[in-house]
Design a protein around this ligand. Structure first.
Ligand code: FPP
Length: 231
């Protein structure tokens, strides 16, 4: 099946680069880590608003493989926020039919968090209302190389399938990056082949359901031709 024909049936696949937590906090004279804490609140709002915006899959860039270059205290704090987030949310995800899937490397994640991640994936595995993929220790280039190394026959369909982690090929329809940055930063390189890009000036902690609705509204106005012409 051609890659671009898949999303319609399942809802939109929206990918989010949640930039600006640090700047949001610094502007308010708070430590950067408070910005990440408030960033979690924005994640909650966006997940809540996803189904009414025709979204079937949300992929959130929580921690890139390059983020290991940050000060160790900030890295530790991010992982501990994620751990408490999982503890708080998993039961409500099960109730709401939200499936949680992690993409990225797992071998460098502390054992305790890795166990929580695997338990969360197990508990939510039957969710069909929305898939939330969290990219953690994630590098798009590395994921492609690793998937190719495991594939007996590297076709575009097989690679898309291998990268998705949800048992189906689901390319990105809309990529949103906040805080005025306009880069892809090694995120979903293969999956974004025909993605529409939307850059918002809003710092991530201020992003909410309304901002998501505006981004999806802008996406719906776009004319996606996938290299073809209008007939
Ligand atoms: C970018 O802001 C944000 C991150 C590197 C981390 C994103 C993480 C969260 C929102 C919390 C955890 C996520 C989930 C899915 C539960 P920045 O620190 O680069 O901000 P700056 O560009 O202003 O410095």
């Amino acid at each position: 099946m051609p890659v671009e024909e898949v999303s319609e049936d399942n809802g939109l696949h929206v990918a989010l680069i949640m930039d600006g937590n640090g700047r949001w906090a610094t502007l308010r004279k708070f430590p950067r880590i408070y910005g990440h804490k408030m960033g979690i609140e924005a994640v909650r709002k966006v997940i809540e608003a996803a189904p009414r915006n025709k979204i079937g899959m949300l992929t959130l860039y929580a921690f890139s493989s390059d983020n290991w270059k940050r000060p160790p205290e900030e890295v530790t704090h991010l992982f501990s926020l994620l751990k408490s987030y999982l503890r708080q949310e998993v039961d409500s995800f099960v109730e709401k039919g939200i499936r949680l899937v992690f993409i990225g490397r797992r071998d460098r994640i502390a054992e305790g968090l890795r166990a929580e991640i695997e338990a969360a994936e197990q508990k939510t595995r039957y969710g069909e209302a929305l898939i939330v993929r969290i990219a953690l220790d994630y590098s798009g280039r590395e994921q492609i190389l690793m998937a190719l190394a495991d594939l007996p026959c590297a076709t575009p369909e097989a690679l898309s399938f291998a990268l998705s982690g949800v048992g189906k090929d689901w390319p990105v329809d809309l990529l949103i990056r906040t805080s005025g940055e306009q880069r892809l930063s090694d995120f979903l390189l293969w999956e974004c082949a025909y993605a529409e890009f939307y850059f918002s000036p809003i710092h991530w902690p201020d992003f909410d359901g309304k901002a998501l609705g505006e981004a999806v509204g802008a996406y719906l106005q776009r004319d996606r031709r996938f290299g073809s012409i209008k007939t």
